[in-house]
Design a protein around this ligand. Structure first.
Ligand code: PMP
Length: 424
């Protein structure tokens, strides 16, 4: 039997032991074994250097909030407290405030989803939905399938619950159906259990690609055949640069898909308002998980979002965002074309925040990052987006936050770094 803090992971994991030795943490014997899987993401470590003003950060995925109508939002929030403060500052239901759940159904209708507000659970960003979904489904050692690469925050959550991530290849049209079938067969043959497929169908983070319309039914069919639940994480779905929206997987398979949504990219991430739409029984479990985690999501930020959806032209605001991000995407793609050395390839996103860049053989994006920061440009090394150490020739470039001019400058600096690496 493993007592807390004496699990095999902690005793045999050299990085944990080294970290413990370095910090002389007096609590090291107390931690639960699962904390061995909790490590600071490469992105977090980067934030400190990348936020220095002289560095062009192509690293973080921060939305361009200068595009928001701050003055009228300030008036709204003041009015909300003045007129509805007693409710907005009170505890609420673990499932979220009913009016917001109704409005969320209207938002999801834009992607072809027909949902009842009773099946929506408001969450503290979609990150907490990911945490709760993993908590209710995954025992240590269970397998979770995720795209290769996948969202760093989801991978961190899966690892924290001691699930094992098996990656499935993607290409320019998103998840490859034959690779999904092969992965499911391989896991089954090894005698392990796949708990769910975690997928980001639209404007992928970090891949920048979108699952094609033809592949969507195929992915759903394969998962249904293998009796595997789909977790559809879709924070960027309404940020297509030509205004295009893809029908959600959830729209055609409501019984086998848990859909995760968020106001972080279409409105503001600091509010921490997201949601999960789940089949009835799963919804029940999510509400119980929410109760034990937070009692209820913050009532005040739910009320702010609800008022925003009722009183503002939120669809118009999404168009403003689309335009701003499209301009930035164009600046990045043109600069990459102009400056990057031969042998580099990259994705061309139709929406979202990210370009996924592959550098020539022999280069290592993690090893060269300190030299890039010295040249005053930052990115996220590809290894952050894999659970298995892959990705050393890849990096994620974000175009969401810097101005087009800064993006061009950042890419010029990156090109200089890459040329220097090729000469080494
Ligand atoms: N999923 C994906 C794919 C993301 O990119 C992000 C944020 N970067 C999240 C989930 C979490 O978003 P939030 O918690 O802000 O809703």
């Amino acid at each position: 039997m493993n007592l807390p803090g004496q699990g095999p992971d902690q005793q045999s994991n050299p990085s944990v032991a080294a970290a413990a030795g370095r910090s002389l943490d007096p609590h090291v014997q107390r931690y639960a074994a699962r904390t061995a899987g909790m490590t600071a993401s490469e992105i977090r470590a980067l934030f400190a250097v990348a936020s220095r003003p002289e560095v062009v950060s192509l690293a973080g995925g921060m939305p361009y909030l200068a595009a928001l109508p701050m003055d009228s939002l300030a008036t709204d929030v003041a009015e909300l407290i003045a007129t509805e403060g007693q409710q907005a500052l009170q505890y609420g239901s673990a499932q979220g405030i009913p009016q917001l759940r109704e409005q969320i159904c209207e938002v999801m209708a834009l992607e072809g989803i027909s949902a009842h507000p009773d099946d929506v659970v408001v969450t503290v960003g979609s990150q907490s939905a990911l945490d709760m979904v993993t908590r209710i489904f995954c025992d240590p050692g269970d397998v979770v399938l995720a795209e290769a690469p996948s969202y760093v925050g989801a991978l961190g959550t899966f690892t924290a619950y001691q699930a094992e991530v098996v990656h499935v290849e993607i290409d320019d049209n998103g998840l490859i159906p034959s690779a999904l079938s092969a992965a499911l067969d391989a896991v089954r043959a090894s005698g392990r259990r796949v708990k769910f497929l975690y997928t980001i169908p639209n404007f992928h983070n970090p891949g920048g690609v979108t699952l094609s319309a033809e592949r969507r039914p195929e992915i759903l069919r394969i998962c249904a055949e293998h009796d595997v639940l789909v977790i559809e994480d879709n924070p960027y779905g309404l940020l297509g640069f030509d205004g295009q929206t893809y029908p959600a997987l959830r729209a055609s398979e409501p019984d086998n898909v848990v859909y995760l949504g968020s106001f972080s990219k279409t409105f503001a991430p600091g509010l921490r308002v997201g949601w999960a739409l789940a089949p009835h029984a799963v919804r029940e479990k999510l509400v119980l998980a929410a109760e034990s985690a937070t009692l209820c999501p913050p009532t005040i930020t739910q009320a702010v979002v609800s008022r925003y959806l009722a009183a503002h032209d939120w669809k118009g605001q999404i168009k403003v965002y689309q335009q701003a991000y499209r301009e930035r995407r164009d600046a990045m793609l043109t600069a990459l074309e102009q400056h990057l050395p031969a042998g580099c390839t990259w994705t061309r996103p139709d929406g979202g925040f990210y370009v996924w860049l592959t550098v020539p053989e022999g280069l290592d994006t993690k090893a060269m990052l300190p030299r890039a920061v010295t040249q005053r440009v930052a990115y996220v090394p590809g290894t952050a987006f894999y659970g298995d150490g892959f990705g050393s020739r890849q990096m994620r470039l974000s175009f969401c936050y810097p101005t087009p001019e800064r993006i061009r400058e950042g890419v010029r600096r990156l090109a200089t770094v890459l040329e220097g690496e090729l000469e080494l």
